[in-house]
Design a protein around this ligand. Sequence first.
Ligand code: SF4
Length: 391
Amino acid sequence: MTQILIPLKQHVGAPCKGIVQAGEKVKRGQLVAEPNGLGANIHSSFSGKVVDVSEESVVLMIDEEQDFSSYVPIPETDSMIKAVEEAGVVGAGGAGFPTFLKLSCEISEGVFIANGAECEALLAHNVKQMSEHIDQLIRGTKYCMEMVKAPKGVIAVKGKHRQLVLRLIKAVEAEANIEVYQLPDIYPAGDERMIVREVMDVVLEPGQLPTEVGAVIDNVETIKRIAEAIEDRKPFIDKDVTVSGRVKQKETVFVDVPIGTPVKTLINNVGGYVEPHGEIVIGGPMTGRSGEETTPITKTSGGVLVAMPFPQEHRKVGLLICECGGSAERMTEIVNNMGAEVVAAERCKRMVEVNGRYRCALPGICPGQAKTVMSLKKQGAEVVMTGSCSD
Ligand code: SF4
């Protein structure tokens, strides 16, 4: 018998509140938790018996036989946006913002952008999805355009995926209002402000939302989950994931992994580790976080990346922090795992404080960092760890 843990916080906002009880039987697709403030519905991705409900998770003893081809459909709704809400769709690119809220706006002179940048290294599931389900991507984009009343849609994808770009251009030939935009092959090409700058030629101020200039942006997997909610009444119970790094079969994309699946199951499915191996990173190499073999896949897990063991470093480390790279906490964790000590930290000079949070003034247009590095050295740093995207 296998236990599966379904986290109650898989989104921006407060953890959901479990609505099932220990001992209760649940089916795949059944609603098990509802928002408690800002959040999104959570459904069971397996059939089984509830063994525990806490503030953090619903724990299931899952049935030995699972039918992943079926699920309890979401209730019929009188609008597309309600279906998105019922299905518990959140930003699958990693942000986790409840999608029905993002789509609850009107941009009658604006543009809806399907974000297919997939700009973190090693990740490949978004490109695979776009390659194999172009029609669904276009239908989903049209649903989103209709919901936000956008007269124009853009599918943004990196120009380096030449074959995919050509196929997308051909596929939208019949769509008068949808275009394909080719993004540069840089990190963070998927940053919302960078996409707005590229596609619309508008520079958003740090802290300014895309809707303020008439843009709504959703990751392409989010659009897949929106299309499934509208067309198939399917709740957001499965996630596309790339597994790579120090595993036997690299860069493997798993499509529709049931949420709650422990990452070790995916690592086993690619032949296990290449030894020696180090930490398991959940997400992309730039913004991922440290995980365990038991860490469950959630609505925002895009990658399971197995790193090499931490090299040992005894020199004093200075941190150079960038908005779109590892946070100061994450980099300090890495430095400590290397056996070293952080003696100084500086932000990239383009970082500005907005509402208590540091934002990049010009994502992807990165300055030289010589001055910042000199300052770290003056503070005693012998080496620098950078979370910045270039230079
Ligand atoms: S300008 Fe600085 S903060 Fe902005 S993306 Fe580049 S390195 Fe990161």
